[in-house]
Design a protein around this ligand. Structure first.
Ligand SMILES: Nc1nc2c(c(=O)[nH]1)N[C@H]1C(S)=C(S)[C@@H](COP(=O)(O)O)O[C@H]1N2
Ligand SMILES: [Mo]
Length: 414
């Protein structure tokens, strides 16, 4: 149905379909530091690594030679340990297939649905390069950029991750009773992006809560740290992690938004009180405003669903039969139902759910739409997860995180 370009470069000498790839933002040396995924162009479940979105908040560190890497496990443990990569890889491994989703993915749809702001597009992506350059220069984006930046889409992908359960590593060290969390520290440092501080304060007229130069770190509550699917991973999609994705080892925290998935992990500290990492208590929090005394950290995602076909951009479409397709996923387990509405939410019918039904992966669904009458149609889709949660789950919050509302697709039939 879409008339977008399919012919790409010649691959190994053969003409081939265009390869999906990220829309990149690069640093002064031309190295990719951020990227958005071509979410609507991926026909399968696993996002190829070339097409996997990338979010980095601080200065991307220089690559670590795997032989030089060490992981320190310390704090409230019976036996502090240091692992090298080989030692880590000798532990009983595990593979998990999971959606990585940035907490701010699709944030602009909150404004669209609440206030009639411009509808974000999943194919006309913002210019990642402009922000990457401002970041490298440490520049505060203009008010206009700050307003539009979090309308970003396509900060979501799905991968297969191989590593060792974090619980296995913690078990070797022996977690002491009374421990509440594991602080995972990435080796990257820097000053948080000005736009992020700006947005965490929630106003344009602000006194910057500038934490200065910090490490990227998260304090993962112990129960989630001990979930067998929470991994210290060294491989993604069948190969060793790429540097931008946290090589040699990163955290995989299925169901919880991307910010928990600490890259370039160098230290794990088991703690008996919750510390206050910037990216947990100032940013990546819920709340009504920056002054809200109740700003809990984000944890599990809500119930997510996107219509990947047709898109608004495909209109007008001829009468006849059209496949409506999409992908649904949840922060709390497998997707058990997707319903489709062809009349803007008045009536609903069950969509076909494709196998496999996996706990942390998105699930493809489809609905064959026979449409005989020309006109304007408002297509909607609504997912339910195995916990019985129906879209939407996440209330508006001032940082506009964990968007999971139902977004109608507008189609004109001629
Ligand atoms: N060390 C470190 N880990 C990090 C980040 C970071 O800036 N530094 N960004 C986080 C955020 S906000 C997201 S959405 C995911 C993105 O993972 P990816 O770039 O591999 O897709 O990484 C997370 N882990
Ligand atoms: Mo993120």
């Amino acid at each position: 149905m879409p008339k977008r370009e399919v012919e790409g470069d010649r691959v190994l000498g053969w003409p081939d379909r265009k390869r999906p790839a990220i829309i990149p933002g690069k640093d002064a040396e031309g190295r990719v530091i951020n990227g958005r995924a071509p979410v609507t162009e991926l026909p399968g479940l696993i996002t190829p690594t070339e097409a996997y979105f990338i979010v980095n908040h601080l200065d991307v560190p220089e690559p670590v030679y795997p032989g030089d890497w060490k992981l320190t496990v310390r704090g409230e443990v019976g036996r502090p340990i240091e692992f090298d990569l080989e030692g880590l890889m000798q532990l009983p491994g595990r593979t998990v297939r999971a959606v990585t989703e940035c907490a701010g993915n699709d944030a602009g749809f909150f404004d669209y649905l609440r206030k009639g702001a411009k509808k974000p597009s999943r194919i006309n992506q913002q210019d990642m390069q402009k922000r990457a350059e401002q970041r490298v220069r440490g520049e505060l984006p203009s008010s206009e950029d700050i307003g539009t930046e979090s309308t970003t889409t396509c900060a979501v992908s799905a991968g297969e991750f191989t590593g060792v359960p974090l619980a296995e590593v913690l078990g070797r060290a022996g977690v002491r009773s009374g421990a509440v969390c594991v602080r995972a520290q990435g080796l990257d440092t820097g000053r948080p992006d000005a736009a992020v501080i700006y947005r965490s304060v929630g106003t344009r007229d602000f006194e910057i809560r500038d934490p200065g130069v910090i490490h990227f770190e998260k304090a993962l509550p112990l129960a989630k740290a001990l979930d067998p699917d929470t991994l210290l991973a060294w491989a993604q999609n069948g190969e060793y992690l790429w540097h931008v994705h946290g090589s040699p080892v990163r955290l995989i925290v299925p169901g919880w938004s991307g910010n928990w998935w600490v890259k370039w992990v160098e230290e794990l500290e088991v703690m008996r009180t919750m510390p206050k990492p910037f990216y947990q208590t100032e940013y990546f929090v819920y709340g009504e405003s920056a002054q809200d005394p109740n700003r809990p950290p984000l944890t599990a995602m809500g119930v997510r669903n996107i219509i990947t076909e047709p898109l608004d951009e495909d209109s007008p479409l001829p009468r006849g039969s059209h496949m409506i397709r999409g992908r649904a996923w949840s922060g709390m387990g497998a997707i058990d139902r997707v319903e489709v509405s062809l009349d803007g939410g008045k009536t609903w019918a069950d969509a076909h759910l494709e196998e496999p039904r996996e706990r942390w992966l998105w699930r493809r669904w489809s609905y064959l739409w026979e449409v005989a009458r020309p006109g304007q149609y408002r297509l909607m889709a609504r997912a339910t997860d195995e916990a019985g949660r129906v879209q939407p789950q996440t209330p508006w919050n001032y940082q506009r995180k964990h968007f999971d509302w139902i977004v109608p697709t507008e189609v004109i039939i001629i």
